[in-house]
Design a protein around this ligand. Structure first.
Ligand SMILES: Cc1ncc(COP(=O)(O)O)c(C=O)c1O
Length: 375
């Protein structure tokens, strides 16, 4: 319906900052997906299985028990204390605090809100996780992508030329979405050294810390000060819809983020905080073996036909398209009933595409066959 005469179009009411977030790329993929009946879906960024039964039972018990009201903004105190105690064993820096957030996404939003002034530059690996790029812009910051092709390693050497006197924050994400790269301890130490020399704050997104297949993923927390660590339960406990994560960092920053949470998210969902408290020690060994096997199935299945760095963590692979652009290739894949994501959604380049191997074996094998046909 067109607006009545004299009424300005709705666009006139929208804040200019809303237009800084562009979701058109992802939307295009969803639109394409909607045209398929039973696609081979290797596009999804979440565990393919449902949450473990004991985790679900914990949440059900919490709701029945009446854990349904607001919790303190920083999170229920027993959960905050348990997280602090666990993280304190890894990081022996004084003056740390924890904020329970609405997933890592909630933590990212609060961190950027608390840290970014207009014009502040935020260094991040390219390819990057989409939220970093768009939400930094939303708060008036300037995303500064550090090209990491072709091996997707964020190294001090690659970062340094991009540092200016407006650089404030460096995002480290390992294991990474969309590339599956895991940075080793030496690389992290070099990055920490650079951040120290150049006076940068580090934000370390470790949501995939449980998803490292060739040895544990080293953490950035404890290597550099100040560092804000963000992690959560969405992937490790297969509860992406529950929205529970946490931020661990300097008490003064955590207090600022808490103040902003008080007036926005208020608190992470109460029954799910309770469920996470009961399942902090969930054994993820079997899950990790399962994903390691899937990584091998995909990598061994397509590496002869694709230019692909072997991913070591998360559940993504990021191969080069065999010809043309990423969007052309993805359109061709969709015509063959396969859903994958064009790399330009995560990058300034349009030469690669993202495969998620968080899928059952049958789907994954069908996907491998189509990918080899397309190559
Ligand atoms: C790198 C990375 N960070 C953060 C998130 C957000 O996770 P959540 O908000 O569910 O905790 C994701 C989800 O895909 C991710 O891939």
């Amino acid at each position: 319906m067109s607006p009545e005469p004299g009424h300005p179009p709705l666009r006139a009411f929208l804040a200019a900052r809303a237009s800084l977030i562009d979701a058109s790329g992802i939307r295009k993929v969803f639109d394409l997906a909607a045209t398929l009946d039973d696609p081979i879906d290797l596009s999804i960024g979440r565990p393919y299985q449902d949450a473990p039964e004991p985790v679900k039972e914990s949440a059900i018990r919490a709701i029945r028990r009446g854990d349904n009201a607001y919790t303190p903004t920083q999170g229920r105190s027993d959960l905050v204390d348990s997280l602090l105690e666990r993280l304190g064993r890894e990081v022996s820096i004084e003056d740390r605090a924890v904020l329970v957030t609405s997933g890592v996404s909630g933590g990212l939003f609060l961190a950027f809100a608390a840290l970014i002034d207009p014009g502040d530059e935020v260094l991040m690996a390219d390819p990057y996780f989409v939220i970093y790029h768009h939400v930094v812009r939303f708060f008036g910051g300037v995303p500064v992508p550090v090209d990491t092709y072709p091996d997707f390693r964020m190294t001090a050497e690659r970062i340094e030329p991009h540092i200016t006197d407006r650089s404030k924050l460096l995002i480290v994400s390992s294991p990474a979405n969309p590339t599956g790269t895991v940075l080793d301890a030496d690389h992290l130490a070099e990055i920490a050294d650079l951040a120290g020399r150049r006076g940068l704050m580090v934000l370390s997104d470790e949501i995939y810390r449980e998803f490292s297949y060739d040895g544990p993923a080293p953490s950035m927390a404890g290597l550099h000060e100040p560092t804000l660590l963000l992690a959560g339960f969405s992937k490790s406990h297969a509860v992406t819809g529950w929205r529970v994560g946490y931020a661990f960092g300097p008490a003064e920053l955590i207090a600022e983020m808490g103040k902003l949470q008080q007036y926005s998210f208020v608190c992470a969902p109460a029954p799910f905080q309770a469920a996470m408290l009961e399942n902090l020690d969930l054994d993820t060994t079997e899950m990790r073996s399962d994903y390691r096997r899937k990584r091998d199935l995909l990598y061994n299945g397509i590496s002869a036909n694709y230019d692909l760095t072997r991913p070591a963590g998360a559940f993504y692979a990021f191969p080069r398209v065999p010809r043309g652009t990423d969007v052309e290739f993805v359109e061709q894949a969709v015509r063959n009933n396969l859903l994958v994501i064009p790399g330009s959604i995560f990058s300034g380049r349009n030469t690669h595409f993202r495969i998620s191997y968080a899928a059952d074996d049958e789907t994954l094998k069908r996907g491998v066959a189509v990918l080899n046909d397309l190559a």
